[in-house]
Design a binder for this molecule. Structure first.
Ligand SMILES: [Zn+2]
Length: 161
């Protein structure tokens, strides 16, 4: 299973929604030098925190540093469990290289892109294990085997297994 690079998403500034009194956070947009994750961190609260990253687009090295600082702060609270879900390809690829991006948190799922080279079709699929990610996936249009945006080593490194 070999990865490919999906077309980059359009640039968008980071935005967030916070529900459930600070325990349910969804981030959308780019993680970069302009991302005010400190403002997000101030609103996080509760003993069980879920962070949805499915809407995250581009990530640069400044964004990685800011994210690591954010996660350190959020996971530092004693007794708190933090889970991350819907890691997009760019996030998962960066996290495979910089393990601190996931430190102290549990990764629930990755949001991979599967592509059919025969008809150029792309589909986003949430996967919860390396086994699920490497399972053969047939193109719904032409039945050819689709390739995933993240290779097996990256999936195993991020999700375990
Ligand atoms: Zn196809």
């Amino acid at each position: 299973m070999r990865g490919f690079t999906p077309a980059p998403k359009p640039r968008r500034p980071l935005a967030w929604t916070i529900r459930d009194g600070g325990a349910d956070i969804a981030l959308t947009g780019d993680l970069d030098e302009g991302s005010d994750l400190e403002a997000v961190a101030r609103e996080v609260s509760g003993g069980k925190v879920a962070i949805d990253l499915a809407g995250v687009g581009r990530i640069n090295s400044f964004g990685v540093s800011r994210w690591i600082r954010f996660l350190e702060g959020v996971t530092r609270v004693r007794g708190r469990r933090v889970s991350l879900a819907g890691l997009p390809t760019a996030f998962a690829t960066a996290a495979a290289l910089v393990p601190n991006m996931l430190k102290g948190a549990t990764v629930e799922s990755l949001l991979l892109v599967y592509r059919c080279d025969d008809c150029n079709r792309e589909e986003e699929v949430a996967v919860r294990s390396a086994k699920e990610a490497s399972a053969e996936r047939a193109c719904p249009a032409c039945r050819a085997a689709m390739i995933a945006s993240v290779d097996r080593e990256v999936v195993a490194g991020v999700l375990g297994g």
